[in-house]
Every structure is written in structure tokens, then in C-alpha cells.
Ligand binder design. Structure first.
Ligand SMILES: *[C@@H]1O[C@H](CO)[C@@H](O)[C@H](O)[C@H]1NC(C)=O
Ligand SMILES: *[C@@H]1O[C@H](CO)[C@@H](O)[C@H](O)[C@H]1NC(C)=O
Ligand SMILES: *[C@@H]1O[C@H](CO)[C@@H](O)[C@H](O)[C@H]1NC(C)=O
Ligand SMILES: *[C@@H]1O[C@H](CO)[C@@H](O)[C@H](O)[C@H]1NC(C)=O
Ligand SMILES: *[C@@H]1O[C@H](CO)[C@@H](O)[C@H](O)[C@H]1NC(C)=O
Ligand SMILES: *[C@@H]1O[C@H](CO)[C@@H](O)[C@H](O)[C@H]1NC(C)=O
Length: 557
């Protein structure tokens, strides 16, 4: 969030941190720096094997288009170069998702501060499937007059649901310095439902004022889990009903500007029992004025996990502890079902220039968390979180940073800018450097998938050719790589698929998910993991590929 607040405090002494030169080769986890983003990558999504899209605020980014600063960019993952994307409206602090027909939509944004951008607060921006590896001839379509949301929304969540539409949740109508003081207490859909009239949602009223970017997931029965502030619910889209779930324990809140993060744990056949994990955030009261908060207040190290069955909800949240407190972390699902916990700061809050003791120009947060951790869902309680063997970076990834898994199977990390515009030369300056976090499998011979069908139906068996260099247990993952914005990875999902290897070890028969609720219809990547080595991903369309809303497909579970 912005405040066009200028520096009012003397620059605080730089925290010393060692710049360790980590090896970039050999077995093990490595950070590898390569390329620059041209704009601050505060939103990111992988749109093809070779391309990511980034969005920033329309301000003074160095990358230019038509003689003015760009606020959208295509990042080529092969060449590690950014090129400008022609965006009409200001996409600042929006979100996005794929639809069931493979089109990506970016939603929401801001009222711009430069004349070249148009008002993006009710923006809908459409990126049709793009086959060209360099994005030649592909454009972001906008028609602000005719194609827009019913409400103006800044800091809203967007999420693909069981009928292939995008559900757009909450947000603030327009600029606010910190808390949600002009809330949009409703949800709407794209393409629209109910004649385009938004549906009020009590959760959003109840969870004010730290409830931006509600952490939301499509559950395998089609209902939606949502967390906002310390409140959680299951929302039934078809009946328009809310069922309250237990609060996140110990007063911990996890939505902006108190950003923790959340993920739906990998779903396994045959039951696909959903479990939610939320980590980080803060236990600070949301009733204090922002002037009384400090960049030095430790963030929360709490992770809370709940199984969303009647018995699991009865048991409530199970608590575990991160290795360090984190404000604004993200969690990234890996093809083997483990989760990387990365980015964020160990103290302070999200947003810009609003609390006491801001750092550098404007950072509300301090003490970046430089070492990722791994969360192993199947390990016993107390032994799930580890950073053994993890490398340490010296690049802070705090407010307005992003991270996403790529088709190659590594993590693309970009952005960070706790400033209202591009600021260089200070502590926590605008960050343009790209870093990859490469898992150990990036430097060994990997399994490969080939002859993968371009489209797969639900509840069907299909075959792919495989090359498997070493023995081990097989896992086949169907993944949505999600959309990264503000410490949350919306639509991110991993569904394991049963698979059977032929006797000659060359063909894998795979059973697709039973229906469009277990995996909302739309694009996905298939990854094969053998032992502890994962293949690169192969992109498929899951379901009919029709334009939403689509009918139910497959069989019920
Ligand atoms: C900030 O640094 C970037 C990358 O080094 C440079 O391209 C850009 O022009 C600088 N911008 C400002 C406003 O100083
Ligand atoms: C950076 O990326 C370029 C283009 O893909 C590649 O040629 C180069 O080897 C990479 N450098 C490092 C250090 O990985
Ligand atoms: C960007 O879009 C604008 C408005 O549609 C158009 O006038 C301009 O020519 C486009 N620029 C490029 C480089 O495509
Ligand atoms: C959640 O926050 C509300 C106030 O907003 C508070 O009354 C409630 O006790 C909190 N729940 C927990 C479990 O801390
Ligand atoms: C937050 O947690 C810390 C550490 O557990 C504790 O000392 C503090 O009292 C808590 N604050 C609130 C407002 O609950
Ligand atoms: C997908 O559906 C959206 C919403 O109706 C539409 O704007 C877009 O053109 C469609 N894309 C394709 C590839 O059909």
C-alpha cells in the first residue's frame, strides 16, 4: 500500500549481513542469480514453459514502452531477459488466475499516479494462450469501458473455481495507507454470475481491518476455504452459504497488512482429504493505530494446520513453529509434495511508510529472512520444518516480492520494493535482480516425460512415455503453479495421480483426477518424481478446455 509518505526518519544503520558466495553447481540446493526484471515484479505468473508475466505499479520503472515507463513485463526464462508488456490500466496490487479455457485474467489495481496509465481499480486484463516462446504477437487485451468488474478492488484475491470461472474476493475500493478502511465486503466472478451483482460475505465484514488478499482455496468438493484476519470459513458457491471454522489460534492474523501465508497441502487419491497450512503473520492486535506499530516488532513463527473433515475441524488447528518468525513469507509446492517456505521479514508489517522506525526509505518490515525452509507434510509433528542443506541469499525479498515454481522445476524469485516508487541506493531499495532457487534435482540426470497428450479428461486413464535414469518410488503430480502477489499464491495446487509403470519401464499409465472439483478445470503441469529427482513439467489442459462456466465433468468422489 502506498502512502506517498516521504522519508521522515534518519536512515538507520545498515544491518550487516555476510555475502556468502554459495556454490551454484554440484548436488544440493542453490541460489543462482541471473537476469533483471526491468520492472518491480510485485505480481508474477508463469504463462508458458518459457514466459512469466510480471506486473508493477505504473510509476518510474526503468523498462520503457512507447517512451514511458512500463508496468507490465514478459520475462523470458530461457534468455533471462525482460521485455515490456503493453498494459493500459494500472495493475498495481492486483491478482490473477487462469480460466478453464487456458486464458489468464489479471484483475483489480489502482488509480495511477502517471498520466500514461488508466484507472485499473476495476480492471480485467485478458491474456489468451500464447504459443510463441518469446511471446511475439501475444497481447494483453483490455477494454476498460466495456470489460471491467462490478466493484473497484485493490488488494482482492482471485481464484479459479470448479466451473472454471474466477472468483474475486474482497479488497479495498481505493488507496488506503495501511488498514482496510474502505472495504469491498463482497465477492464477484468472471465471467459474471448473478447478473454481475456482487454477493455480500460476512467474513469480510467480521475480519476487518487487516483482511486484504483473503487466503482462499478451492476444496475438492467445490467449496471454498477462506482465511481473513484470524477468521476462517468454508463458503459454498452453489448455495451462497458460509460455515464458520475455528479461528487461527493465539490471535495470529495472516492477511494484509499482517501478511502470513497459506497453502492447500497436496491432495492424494482416492479420498483427496483437504488440509490447510497457514504460516507467519503477526499476533499484533488489529485495534492499534498504525502509528503505534513498529518495524522492529517480531513477526509470528506460528504455523497452524487443520484437516477439513468434520473430525479434523472438531480437532481444530494443530500448531507448529517456523525456524524464524516471518511476515510476508510464501509457500511453494514442489512436485514431490514438499513445500518451500521462503521470503519475508522477521519483524514488522507489510505496506509502506506507515509504522514507526521505517527502514531505508519506507520499509515497514526489517530483518529479512534469507534462508528458506522445507516443510514435509507427511513427517511427524515437530519434525516437519527444516533448513538443513538450504542455501542463504543476501537479497532481501520483502514487501512487493514474488516467487513461483517454473516448468523447469525451480523457483523464480523476483521483486521487493517497500517503497511507493522505484528507489535506488537505500536499504531495501527497489529490487530488479532475478534469483532462482534450484532444488538438488536441477544438477543431476532427471526423469523426462514425452508424448504427453495436450488435453486430458477427468476420471480417465492416459499413457505417457518416460525415461527414468535411476530407480525409486514414483510420484506423479498435477500442478497449478498459481499466481504470486502479496505473500499469497492463489490457485496454487498439487493433486497426486495414481500411475503404473510398464514392465519395460518406458510407459506410464496415469489416472487423471476424478472430477473438476478435485482439480478446477484449466491448465496444469504434470511432473514425475522418481526417488528424490523430479522431471521438468509438461503442460496439459485438464478438462474440456471450454470457456467458463463449464458443466461438472468426471465422477463424484
Ligand atoms: C534504479 O536502478 C535500476 C537498475 O540498476 C536502473 O535501471 C534505474 O534507472 C534506477 N532508477 C532510478 C529511479 O534511480
Ligand atoms: C544466465 O542465463 C543465460 C541465458 O539462459 C545463460 O546463458 C547463462 O549461462 C546463465 N548464467 C548463470 C550463471 O546461470
Ligand atoms: C500499446 O497500446 C496502446 C493503446 O492501445 C497503443 O496506442 C500503442 O501503440 C501500443 N504500443 C505498443 C508498443 O504496442
Ligand atoms: C480473533 O480475533 C477476535 C477479535 O477480532 C477475538 O475476539 C478472538 O478472540 C480471536 N481469536 C483467537 C482464537 O485468538
Ligand atoms: C505475541 O506473541 C509473543 C510471543 O509468543 C508474546 O510475547 C506476546 O505477548 C503476544 N502478543 C499478543 C498481543 O498476544
Ligand atoms: C476464455 O473465456 C474468456 C471469458 O469468457 C474469454 O474472454 C476468452 O476469450 C476465452 N479464451 C479462449 C481461448 O477461448
Amino acid at each position: 500500500m502506498i502512502g506517498n509518505v516521504l522519508l521522515t526518519l534518519p536512515v538507520i544503520a545498515l544491518t550487516a549481513h555476510s555475502c556468502r558466495a554459495a556454490p551454484t553447481e554440484g548436488k544440493g540446493w542453490h541460489f543462482v542469480q541471473n537476469g533483471t526484471t526491468g520492472i518491480v515484479a510485485l505480481e508474477s505468473i508463469i504463462v508458458s514453459d518459457t514466459l512469466a508475466i510480471f506486473f508493477d505499479r505504473a510509476t518510474n520503472d526503468p523498462l520503457e514502452i512507447d517512451g514511458h515507463p512500463a508496468w507490465g513485463a514478459l520475462y523470458n526464462l530461457e534468455t533471462n531477459t525482460a521485455s515490456p508488456l503493453n498494459v493500459t490500466t494500472d495493475a498495481f496490487c492486483g491478482s490473477g488466475s487462469f480460466l478453464s479455457n487456458g486464458t489468464m485474467v489479471s484483475v483489480g489495481g489502482h488509480n495511477p499516479v502517471i498520466p500514461e496509465a488508466e484507472d485499473g481499480r476495476n480492471g480485467i486484463r485478458v491474456w489468451e494462450p500464447c504459443d510463441d516462446p518469446n511471446g511475439e504477437g501475444c497481447v494483453l487485451f483490455e477494454d476498460p469501458e466495456k470489460l471491467h468488474m462490478a466493484e473497484t478492488r485493490w488488494y482482492a484475491t482471485s481464484l479459479r473455481i470448479f466451473d472454471g470461472s474466477v472468483m474475486i474476493i474482497g479488497g479495498v475500493h481505493q488507496v488506503t495507507p495501511f488498514f482496510n478502511d474502505d472495504p469491498v465486503n463482497n465477492v464477484e466472478f468472471f465471467p459474471p454470475k448473478d447478473g454481475g451483482i456482487p454477493r455480500p460475505l460476512d467474513l469480510l465484514e467480521r475480519s476487518l481491518p487487516a483482511n486484504l488478499f483473503p487466503r482462499s482455496f478451492a476444496l475438492p468438493d467445490g467449496k471454498i476455504f477462506m482465511a481473513a484476519g484470524n477468521q476462517t470459513i468454508i463458503y459454498d458457491v452453489e448455495k451462497n452459504t458460509e460455515t464458520r471454522l475455528p479461528d487461527i489460534p493465539n490471535g495470529v492474523r495472516i492477511t494484509n497488512p499482517y501478511d502470513g501465508t497459506a497453502t492447500l497441502l497436496p491432495l492424494h487419491p482416492p479420498e483427496y482429504i483437504p488440509e490447510i497450512l497457514v504460516c507467519g503473520g503477526t499476533n499484533t492486535s488489529d485495534q492499534l493505530p498504525m502509528e503505534e506499530l513498529s518495524s522492529q516488532t517480531p513477526a509470528s513463527d506460528q504455523c497452524s494446520r487443520m484437516t477439513l473433515t468434520p473430525e479434523g475441524i472438531e480437532r481444530g488447528w494443530e500448531i507448529e513453529r517456523l525456524l524464524e518468525p516471518r511476515m510476508m513469507p510464501e509457500m511453494i509446492l514442489l512436485p514431490n509434495g514438499e513445500i518451500v517456505i521462503i521470503n519475508g521479514a522477521q519483524s514488522g508489517y507489510a505496506a509502506i511508510g506507515t509504522v514507526k522506525d521505517t527502514i531505508g526509505n519506507n520499509s515497514n518490515a526489517d530483518h529479512p529472512a534469507f534462508t528458506p525452509s522445507i516443510y514435509t507434510p507427511d513427517a511427524p509433528l515437530g519434525q516437519r520444518i527444516s533448513n538443513a542443506g538450504m542455501p542463504t541469499t543476501d537479497i532481501a525479498r520483502i514487501y512487493h516480492s514474488t516467487v513461483t515454481l517454473t516448468q523447469k522445476g525451480n523457483l523464480l524469485i523476483a521483486g521487493s520494493n517497500p517503497n511507493g516508487r522505484v528507489v535506488n541506493g537505500t536499504q531495501f531499495h527497489s529490487e530488479f535482480r532475478v534469483e532462482y532457487l534450484n532444488p538438488p534435482y536441477m544438477t543431476v540426470e532427471r526423469p523426462q516425460l514425452s508424448n504427453v497428450p495436450k488435453q486430458i479428461d477427468f476420471n480417465s486413464e492416459f499413457s505417457v512415455d518416460v525415461s527414468i535414469p535411476s530407480q525409486g518410488d514414483l510420484k506423479v503430480a498435477l500442478m497449478d503453479l498459481g499466481f504470486s502477489s502479496h505473500a499469497f499464491h492463489s490457485s496454487s495446487r498439487l493433486v497426486f495421480m495414481d500411475a503404473h509403470l510398464s514392465e519395460d519401464g518406458k510407459t506410464l499409465s496415469i489416472k487423471s483426477p476424478p472430477n473438476n472439483r478435485v482439480y478446477p478445470p484449466g491448465p496444469a503441469y504434470i511432473f514425475l518424481t522418481v526417488g528424490d529427482v523430479s522431471s521438468p513439467g509438461v503442460r496439459v489442459m485438464v478438462g474440456s478446455g471450454a470457456t467458463p462456466p463449464v458443466e461438472d465433468q468426471g465422477v463424484p468422489i
